[in-house]
Design a protein around this ligand. Structure first.
Ligand code: C2E
Ligand code: MG
Ligand code: MG
Ligand code: MG
Length: 298
């Protein structure tokens, strides 16, 4: 029975076989098509960097921005990074993609500095293959030197999974980045398996509380407790702490009261194209009545 046909596909990453039914097979074919298209995306200018501000809700200051990759596919429209980053990772194309994002982000920041705009550190996301690649350190060093960009204007976001895989190598690479002056941030903190012992040994600068905890801090006492604990941990380890995915004033208020005053989320701004972010950098973020809400008894 053709409908029941199973397909075995080698999973490169895990060295094991997975079985897919018909619907999954369609996804696999889709993935190959995407992978092919993705290789052309850079040369055909279909990739674009979006920017989402990190803000201090008390002052309304934009203290940085995260660079998020967008792909305008000629037929499929906007393809989410949640779809194409895993495809790029599996195919190895992530190496090229990561190098492109690094270079573009630094070029754009340099351009803003040359134009005398207010400038902020830009954070790029790295996948495991980017972080482990032997070209990473020379690439970053050369990019910063060529552009004469101060290293503290580059932030690197890494997940716990990346950090905890081969800890000795991780420490070496982090230390080399730290020595260069690049700022190091742990993305989606709390969702992985960080050993607190290693966290102490990694030369990090920032923890980003994962959106999944922030989402229910008001209604779920466990999420509230975890979030408060992460903020406390960051403070004790002398790390900055950023909350991801802040969508309501109640969440922002909770976070402020617990001592987290750097936030990112739809409440303040969604990721936006370069031109829009430039506008926001120049005019400042319009917090409206929001700021007054946060000012009430500190
Ligand atoms: P991430 O690094 O954790 O980025 C945060 C994601 O949360 C972004 O999704 C952002 O648009 C979304 N977000 C921000 N604020 C809110 C909010 O208030 N509510 C909700 N519901 N979502 C919010 P996006 O842009 O779709 O990116 C998804 C993931 O794709 C990123 O997660 C990152 O892991 C990956 N990614 C994006 N760009 C790159 C890249 O250049 N390189 C690599 N390796 N990964 C990337
Ligand atoms: Mg990130
Ligand atoms: Mg994140
Ligand atoms: Mg996240």
């Amino acid at each position: 029975n053709a409908d029941l046909a199973m397909y075995a596909v080698k999973d490169k990453g895990r060295n094991s076989y997975h079985f897919f039914d018909h619907t999954m097979n369609e996804t696999v074919l889709n993935k190959f098509a995407l992978e092919n298209d993705l290789r052309k995306a850079i040369e055909q200018d279909q990739l674009e960097l979006y920017f989402q501000p990190k803000i201090n809700p008390l002052s309304g200051d934009i203290v940085g921005a995260e660079v998020l990759l967008r792909w305008k596919h000629p037929h499929r429209g906007m393809v989410s990074p949640v779809t194409f980053i895993p495809v790029a990772e599996e195919s190895g194309f992530i190496v090229e993609l990561g190098a492109w994002v690094l270079k573009r982000a630094c070029e754009i920041n340099r351009e803003w500095q040359s134009r005398g705009m207010p400038i902020v550190p830009l954070a790029i996301n790295l996948s495991a293959a980017n972080f482990r690649h032997h070209d990473l350190l020379p690439d970053i060093r050369r990019t910063l030197e060529d552009l004469k960009l101060q290293p503290n204007f580059l932030v690197i976001e890494l997940t716990e999974g990346i950090l905890m895989n081969d800890v000795d190598e991780t420490i070496q690479t982090l230390q080399a980045l730290k020595d260069m002056g690049v700022y190091l941030s742990v993305d989606d903190f709390g969702t992985g398996y960080s050993s607190l012992n290693y966290l102490k040994r990694f030369p990090l600068d920032e923890l980003k509380i994962d959106r999944s905890f922030v989402k229910d801090i008001i209604s779920d006492p466990n999420d509230a407790a975890i979030t408060a604990a992460i903020i406390g941990l960051a403070q004790n380890l002398k790390l900055s702490v950023v909350a991801e995915g802040v969508e309501t004033t109640e969440q922002a208020d909770f976070l402020l009261r617990r001592g987290c005053n750097t936030m990112q989320g739809y409440l303040f701004a969604k990721p936006m194209p370069q031109e829009d972010f430039e506008q926001m950098l120049m005019s400042g973020i319009n917090m409206g009545e929001m700021q007054a809400v946060f000012m009430v008894d500190g």
